[in-house]
Design a protein around this ligand. Structure first.
Ligand code: PLP
Length: 394
């Protein structure tokens, strides 16, 4: 008989989105006339940009011609896309070698797969509240997790603890809180990682939402990060690739542990277990960085940013405290009148027909908070916010 990975028994069922769906379904069934607006799920609503679509169509045509057909590509991605990404980083003064950029089918897979490089004995630091993938992937391997409290007192940006750790997850702009680390704060994290020979796993999935030029969009803008960090990025939220699937991971050549190159290990891991991202998708991702693509993507980001501004403006008017929404697509609000997250969820669903995400689903520090997203249409955002105002002004 095979032996199963017993660590899977330690995973808690994540009921969050299933519970939300169940409650919404039950409410809709009982009140079919209710026009429910969803402001909870972190999925984008803007379609692929025209430049991306055109590039993909051209790539499809190439695949249909013997002269331009492509079979297996390099596991780590096509150089045209690696070069486009390197050019994007160069604009911010970060110089990357093509061999440091690995194209993936999205940040989620790489965030999980990267753990192949690290032993089960590592102690892992994870902020709470958190994107649940960091927690579950480490539980699957049986690693010891130490949670870092992200709360009002640290403005949802936990700083290095006094105890040592081996792996550190940082997500900035943050899902779910929308908080963004400053340069000085990331410098502290890099110094901590250097002092403990730890590795920072930096999730930059939402970097494109940073509007303030003083805020770092990559951990590699911080001196010394090349020796202690890996960065994960995604085209999902930036360019509407949630269904198309493409992202990238930067593993610097200077990053070593025990004198072993993590770049070489990751290359080995990827060439063994991964066969690359579809050529058509990589051509689409390349177009994200073209002049036309950049303009179109900027428009999409501006569109979501406008939604975020509508939401934060209303919260200001209602006197509700919140985090995020300025340099991030998420708005993390404190439930009114000391309500717990699920009570506020029920109230909003039943009285305003608006669906958000209860903060308690993201960790213990999420209790009493609620996540709204800007990934909606202007019309739905305006309507949802008008209803929220009517409800809470009563
Ligand atoms: N990282 C964070 C913080 C996210 O919120 C998400 C998706 O919601 C991802 C990574 C996953 O991105 P991808 O679609 O590229 O797998």
């Amino acid at each position: 008989m095979s032996q199963i990975n017993q660590h899977y028994q330690n995973l808690k069922e994540n009921y969050l989105f299933a519970d939300i769906a169940r409650k919404v379904q039950a409410y809709s069934a009982a009140h079919p006339e209710a026009a429910i607006i969803r402001m909870g799920i972190g999925d984008v609503t803007r379609p692929l940009a025209p430049a991306v679509v055109a590039a993909m169509q051209k790539a499809v045509a190439e695949m249909g011609e013997a002269a331009t057909f492509r079979g297996y590509g390099d596991e780590q991605g096509y150089s045209f896309l690696q070069d486009a990404i390197a050019g994007y980083y160069r604009q911010r003064g970060v110089l990357l070698d093509r061999t440091e950029i690995f194209i993936s089918d999205g940040a989620k897979s790489d965030l999980g797969n990267i753990l192949d490089l690290f032993g089960p004995g590592n102690t892992v630091l994870i902020p709470d509240p958190v994107y649940p993938v960091y927690v579950d992937t480490n539980i699957m391997d049986g690693r010891k997790i130490r949670f870092l409290d992200a709360n009002e007192s640290n403005r949802f940006l936990p700083m290095p603890p006094s105890e040592p750790a081996d792996l550190i997850y940082l997500c900035s702009p943050n899902n779910p809180t929308g908080a963004v680390y400053s340069r000085a704060q990331l410098e502290s994290w890099v110094r901590y990682a250097q002092a403990h020979h730890a590795v920072i796993l930096f999730d930059a999935a939402y970097e494109r939402f940073i509007a303030d030029p003083k805020l770092p969009r990559s951990i590699f803008e911080i001196e010394g990060a090349r020796e202690c960090a890996i960065e994960f990025c995604s085209f999902s939220k930036t360019a509407g690739f949630t269904g198309t699937r493409c992202g990238y991971t930067v593993v610097p050549r200077a990053l070593t542990q025990d004198s072993v190159s993590l770049n070489a290990m990751w290359r080995r891991r990827q060439t063994t277990k991964f066969n690359g991202v579809c050529y058509i998708v990589q051509r689409g991702a390349e177009a994200v960085f073209s002049a036309a693509g950049t303009g179109e993507i900027d428009e999409n980001i501006a569109y979501y940013r406008q939604n975020a501004a509508v939401i934060t403006h209303a919260l200001d008017q209602l006197g509700l405290s919140y985090c995020g929404g300025v340099n991030a697509p998420y708005i993390w609000l404190k439930c009114p009148d000391g309500m717990d997250s699920w009570r506020f969820f029920d109230l909003l669903l039943e009285q305003a027909h608006v669906v958000g995400t209860p903060g308690a689903g993201f960790g213990k520090n999420g209790e009493g908070y609620f996540r709204l997203t800007s990934f909606s249409s202007h019309e739905n955002t305006a309507e949802a916010i008008a209803r929220l105002k009517r409800l809470l002004k009563k």
